[in-house]
Design a binder for this molecule. Structure first.
Ligand code: UD1
Ligand code: MG
Length: 474
C-alpha cells in the first residue's frame, strides 16, 4: 500500500465534561505533553499522507496547539451533530475526491497507544481484506467503556455503549478500545447509513462497525495484550493513573539505558527529557520540558528542573532550575533558585540560598552563599562573597552589571547596577559598590570602625556580657 492510501483520524472534538476543567480534556498533560500531543506524535509516525485531528470544543486552543506543533496535519472541524461517528464523517470530508485505502481512527484521550500496535492492526486488516478492524481489551473494571458483543461462534457482532447496555451486557469485560482501521469506502457508506442514538442524539462510530458487518464485509476484533496502551482518560482519576504508568515506563526505559534512579515512585521525567549514561537521579527529582543531563551527573534529592541543559559530571542538590544552562563539572545547591537566563560555566558553583536570574557566571567562578545575582555577567575564576546582592532594579528599570575574571568580592556587598568591576579587583566586606572599580583596585565604602572603650561595662552592668567582659579583663 502506498502511503497516499492511508489516512489517520485523531478524535479530539468532545466536550470532556467529566474532567470538570476549563482546560479542554485532550490538552491536559501527561509526561509534559498534552494528551493530544501524544496521540498526534503516534499518528504522524505512521507515514500517512493525511493526519486529521477533529476538533470542535475549545477549538481555538486546540487549533493553536496543532498548528504550532503538528503543522503538517489537516484539521477537520466537527459540526453541531455530536458523537464519534459524526466526528469521523467530518474528518473524511477533508480527504480529496477519489481517496481510497485505509482509515485509522484513534482518540486524543488514549495517550499511551503506540505505533507498533497500529501497524500490527494495519497488517491484519490489509491482509484479511476486512471492512473494519478494531482493537479490544479485557478489563477487570470495564466501567464506562463500550462492550464487545460476540456471536455464539465468537465472531464480532456489535458494540454496546456502557450507558445503553443491559445488566447482562454490563457483565462483559471485553471492551472497545476506541482504535480502528476501516476501509475508506466501507466506512463512508456505513456512516451515511447509520442514524443518531435517540437518547443522546449522537452518531456513534461504534455503529459503523455493525453496519459494515451488515453490508457483508468482515469485521475483525483484535485483543490487545497490554491494556495500558488503550487506557482512555475521561476523568482526573484516570489522568493520574495513565500518567503514573507512563512515568513508570519512562523511568524503566532510562534505567535500562544506564541511568540510576534511586526511587522511580518520586522521580518524574517528561517524555521530552534526555539523559546521558551514568546519570544518577535521587528521590524527589522532577525533570520537565526540553531538558537534558550529561553523562555522570548526579541530580537530587529534591530537584525540579525545567527547560534546562546540564553538562557532564554536574552535581545538583535541592534546587529549582528553569530555562538555564549548567556546564560540565559545575555544582548547584543545596537550596538554590536558578531562574531563566542563568548560565553557570564549567566547574562553577552556585551554592546555598543563592538566587540567580539572567546571569552569566564564567568557568570556575563561585557564588557560594546567601546571594542574589540578577542581570549580571561574571568572568572566570571569580568569587562572590557571602551575602552579596546585585541590586539590579531601580524601581523603574532593570540594569546589568559586569564583574571581571579573578575578582574577589567581600562578604555582604551590594552592587548597585549598572556597575563594572575590572579583572583582578577586590572589594572589601560590607562594600556598597556604586561606582566602577578598575582592574586590580580594592573598593571600600565602609566608614572606619570606632570602638567605644568599656561601653558594655558602663551601660550594661550586671549583664552576663558585662560579667564576661570583666572576667576577660582580670
Ligand atoms: C468511546 C467509544 C467506546 C470506547 C471508548 C474507548 C463511542 C460511541 N464510544 O467512548 O465504545 O470503549 O471510546 O476509550 O465511540 N469525540 C469527538 N466528537 C464527539 C465526541 C467525542 O471528537 O462528538 C472524541 C473525544 O474528544 C475523544 C474521543 O472522541 O477524544 C472519544 O470520546 P469520548 O466521549 O471519550 O467517548 P467514550 O465515552 O470514551
Ligand atoms: Mg473516552
Amino acid at each position: 500500500m502506498t502511503e497516499a492510501h492511508l489516512a489517520v483520524v485523531v478524535l479530539a472534538a468532545g466536550n470532556g465534561t467529566r474532567m470538570k476543567s476549563a482546560t479542554p480534556k485532550v490538552m491536559h498533560e501527561i509526561a509534559g505533553l498534552p494528551m493530544l500531543g501524544h496521540a498526534l506524535a503516534t499518528a504522524t509516525s505512521l507515514g500517512a499522507s493525511y493526519v486529521i485531528p477533529v476538533i470542535r470544543h475549545e477549538k481555538d486552543k486546540l487549533e493553536a496547539y496543532v498548528n504550532a506543533f503538528y503543522p503538517t496535519t489537516h484539521i477537520a472541524h466537527q459540526d453541531e451533530t455530536p458523537g464519534t461517528g459524526r466526528a469521523v464523517e467530518c474528518a473524511l470530508n477533508v480527504l480529496p475526491e477519489g481517496f481510497s485505502g485505509a482509515v485509522v481512527v484513534t482518540s486524543g484521550d488514549v495517550p499511551l497507544l503506540d505505533v507498533q500496535t497500529i501497524e500490527a492492526m494495519l497488517d491484519v486488516h490489509l491482509s484479511s481484506g476486512a471492512g473494519a478492524t478494531l482493537l479490544t481489551a479485557v478489563f477487570d473494571d470495564p466501567a464506562g467503556y463500550g462492550r464487545i458483543i460476540r456471536d455464539d461462534a465468537g465472531a464480532f457482532s456489535s458494540i454496546v455503549e456502557h450507558r445503553d447496555a443491559t445488566d447482562d451486557e454490563l457483565e462483559i469485560t471485553e471492551v472497545n478500545a476506541g482504535v480502528y482501521v476501516f476501509d475508506f469506502d466501507a466506512l463512508k457508506s456505513a456512516l451515511a447509513n447509520i442514524g443518531l442514538h435517540s437518547a443522546v442524539g449522537e452518531k456513534y462510530l461504534t455503529d459503523a462497525a455493525t453496519e459494515i458487518l451488515k453490508s457483508g464485509k468482515a469485521v475483525q476484533a483484535l485483543q490487545v495484550s497490554d491494556n495500558w496502551l488503550v487506557a482512555g482518560v475521561n476523568d482526573r482519576v484516570q489522568l493520574q493513573q495513565v500518567s503514573a504508568e507512563l512515568n513508570r515506563r519512562i523511568c524503566e526505559g532510562w534505567m535500562l539505558s544506564g541511568v540510576t534512579i534511586a526511587d522511580p515512585q518520586t522521580t518524574f521525567i517528561d517524555i521530552t527529557v534526555t539523559l546521558g549514561e551514568d546519570v544518577t537521579l535521587l528521590p524527589g527529582t522532577h525533570l520537565k520540558g526540553i531538558s537534558s543531563i550529561g553523562r555522570g551527573s548526579t541530580v537530587g534529592p529534591e530537584v525540579s528542573m525545567e527547560d534546562t541543559q546540564v553538562g557532564e559530571d554536574v552535581t545538583i542538590i535541592k534546587a529549582h532550575i528553569a530555562g538555564s544552562v549548567i556546564e560540565a563539572g559545575a555544582s548547584v545547591g543545596p537550596y538554590s533558585y536558578i531562574r531563566p537566563g542563568t548560565n553557570l560555566g564549567a566547574g562553577g558553583k552556585i551554592g546555598t540560598f543563592v538566587e540567580t536570574k539572567n546571569a552569566r557566571i564564567g568557568a570556575g567562578s563561585k557564588v557560594p552563599h546567601l546571594s542574589y545575582v540578577g542581570d549580571a555577567t561574571i568572568g572566570e575564576h571569580s568569587n562572590i562573597g557571602a551575602g552579596t546582592i546585585f541590586a539590579n532594579y531601580d524601581g523603574v528599570e532593570k540594569h546589568h552589571s559586569i564583574v571581571g575574571s579573578h575578582v574577589r568580592t567581600g562578604a555582604h556587598n551590594v552592587f548597585v547596577s549598572p556597575i563594572t568591576i575590572g579583572d583582578g579587583a577586590y572589594t572589601a566586606g560590607g562594600t556598597v559598590v556604586r561606582k566602577d572599580v578598575d582592574p586590580g583596585d580594592l573598593a571600600m565604602s565602609v566608614a572606619p570602625q570606632r570602638n567605644l572603650a568599656d561601653w558594655v561595662l558602663a551601660n550594661r552592668s550586671n549583664t552576663a556580657a558585662a560579667k564576661a567582659a570583666a572576667k576577660a579583663k582580670e
